[in-house]
Design a protein around this ligand. Structure first.
Ligand SMILES: *Cc1c(COP(=O)(O)O)cnc(C)c1O
Length: 319
């Protein structure tokens, strides 16, 4: 793979999503600052359209398609936020979207995806692989597959949230970003290295799903078994060659937090800051509070990546 992503790609993405994606607010909390001893700026992507930053990358990718490609539609594979992001971007741009979801995906997510006008194809995890369905659909229809993180246009789109944050609050000492397949982390790190070169960018993974940390240390892609963690947006088994190369180039370190630490940070965000953040969205906050970095006296950026929490599941976590 020769494709890479640079800051001008993020600038171009920002132009494409302008007026379509929300310029999300930056939250402050004197209680958090007191507790962590730092000055923290929370970028609230839980308030992004469809409830997560993924809208940025999906919209940027679909907006770049040629009229011929748009007419043939797009295919995505996800039971989570990426499904809704591609469905909504498709609806706004008039691109037919087909989303392949496992049969056991939560009914609310299937309904939300259909609600944005996408065609949903359910598959049986035990019988078929999503890759097979992908290649079959793409071949039959001549449509483009939009992956959740392994794509330069997706990564450039995700980076726009850090561009906005740095433009609003100025240079930072640290930027903490949650990490699944590292599309968001890659994009954010590229934006930070251009706009605030002194910033140490830290990726935060769930302890059970440490594929990017392992790959970062080994300097080559390492795969793990399907991780068991409440951070469902970070249940990836490996980064891609592209995201790992960008992480190795621009990211200072990758750390992990436990599910118990995640729940504690979620509780803080919900109770004290009144922010509805999903488990994966609290990874960066948990990384600041529990990680090895001494942030006292520092200016710290924290990406809250999404807010699509299932209230029934979350309420059990809080009891
Ligand atoms: C997808 C997702 C992530 C992980 O993003 P990657 O680009 O795969 O690292 C984190 N948080 C939320 C809310 C997500 O939907």
């Amino acid at each position: 793979m020769t494709a890479t992503v640079t800051y001008p790609d993020i600038e171009a993405a920002a132009g494409r999503i302008e007026g379509v994606a929300h310029r999300t607010p930056v939250a402050r909390s004197s209680q958090f600052d007191e507790r962590a001893g730092c000055t923290a700026y929370f970028k609230c992507e839980n308030f992004q359209r469809m409830g997560a930053f993924k809208f940025r990358g999906a919209y940027n990718t679909l907006a770049k398609l040629t009229p011929e490609q748009r007419a043939k539609g797009v295919v995505a594979f996800s039971s989570g936020n990426h499904a809704q992001a591609v469905a909504l971007a498709g609806k706004l741009l008039g691109v037919p979207a087909t989303i392949v979801m496992p049969k056991d995906a939560p009914a609310v997510k299937v309904a939300a995806t259909k609600g944005y006008g996408a065609e949903v194809i359910l598959f049986d995890r035990a019988e078929e692989s999503r890759e097979k369905i992908a290649s079959r659909l793409a071949a039959e229809r001549g449509s483009q597959v939009v992956p959740p993180f392994d794509h330069p246009d997706v990564i450039a789109g995700q980076g726009t949230c850090t561009k906005e944050l740095l433009e609003e609050v100025g240079p930072l000492d640290y930027l903490f970003v949650c990490c699944g397949g590292a599309g968001l982390l890659s994009g954010c790190a590229i934006a930070a290295s251009h706009l605030s070169p002194g910033t140490k960018v830290i990726g935060v993974e769930p302890a059970a799903g440490d594929d990017v940390q392992r790959s970062f240390r080994a300097k080559q892609v390492q795969s793990i078994a399907m991780p068991d963690t409440i951070a469902d947006g970070a249940r990836t088994q490996a980064p891609s060659e592209l995201t790992l190369s960008l992480v190795l180039k621009h990211v200072h370190d990758i750390i992990t937090v436990t599910d118990a630490q995640l729940v504690e940070s979620m509780r803080f965000l919900w109770e004290r800051m009144k922010l509805v953040v999903e488990p994966t969205g609290a990874l960066a906050t948990a990384g600041v509070l529990n990680g090895p970095f001494d942030v006292r006296g520092k200016r710290v950026g924290i990406i809250l990546s999404g807010g699509n929490a299932d209230i029934q599941v979350v309420s059990k976590l809080f009891t």
